[in-house]
Write a protein that binds this ligand. Structure first.
Ligand code: ZN
Length: 250
């Protein structure tokens, strides 16, 4: 009897040990789960579209608008001639060619007032060049290309159609204080006066020194552009360019 009991106890102990060492024990383990590891989910193979960061492009103003944009990428056609040109009654540089003294009517009115008010502040402005027809631009450009080559010409002379002088809204001007069309004009009282006052008459300093990367034109302190008083005051008070005002900087 003792022997039988011993065998039964041995069988029970052995089967218990086997059960405890059985790997299956862990599979059936139902205690608390281990802390979850970070799941690595497969990325979707479909690429998402890049987020849109640029604002929708504004429409280019009409050619006849006072805020028309004319630059190296937005050109006027060879046959565009402003409809309402007249010569403003202001003093011009003696060397100013007679065929480049016209402006569009509203711009001419404004420039007459601007010259008169500058005079009251003891500044005598002198007109140099206003409306330039396409054919005139062609002559100037091809003469420069012939003389210095295209890349050199492109730095200083606008390709035909890309000069806003064709709009009849721009004027190059100097003063009796300084009569050369170069950077030196920026140091004059006349330039300081223009910066402070031109917006009241609807004009902007079109090619500021710090905006060459936007306008793609070198600093031209002598070049003012009529855009109307609302746009001019906005542009000059914010220190921006016509390109930035219109949101068209390409
Ligand atoms: Zn100019």
């Amino acid at each position: 009897m003792k022997k039988v009991f011993f065998v039964i106890v041995t069988v029970i102990l052995l089967s218990g040990a086997t059960y405890l060492t059985d790997k299956n024990f862990f599979k059936t383990y139902s205690g608390p789960s281990p802390a979850p590891t970070h799941k690595v989910t497969k990325k979707s193979p479909v690429k998402e579209a890049a987020p849109k960061t640029d604002t929708p492009k504004k429409q280019l103003p009409d050619t006849l608008s006072y805020i028309v944009l004319v630059n190296k990428t937005h050109k006027l056609s060879s046959d565009y001639v402003p409809p309402d040109l007249r010569t403003p009654k202001v003093r011009f540089e003696s060397y100013a060619a007679p065929n480049v003294r016209k402006m569009r009517s509203n711009a001419a009115d404004a420039v007459e007032q601007l010259f008169a008010d500058a005079k009251d502040d003891r500044i005598t402005l002198l007109g140099v060049s206003c409306y330039r027809p396409y054919s005139y631009q062609e002559e100037v450009y091809s003469a420069k290309v012939e003389k210095d080559g295209k890349s050199e010409a492109d730095k200083y002379v606008a390709e035909p159609g890309s000069s806003e002088h064709q709009t009849g809204l721009a004027m190059d001007l100097l003063s009796t204080e300084y009569t050369s069309l170069d950077d030196g004009f920026a140091k004059t009282k006349a330039y300081e006066w223009l910066k402070q006052n031109c917006a009241k008459y609807g004009f902007i300093i079109r090619y500021p020194k710090e905006k060459v990367s936007v306008t793609k034109y070198d600093f031209e302190p002598w070049h003012i552009r009529y855009v109307g008083t609302t746009a001019a005051q906005d542009i000059m008070s914010k220190g921006i360019t016509l390109e930035e005002y219109l949101g068209i900087t390409d």
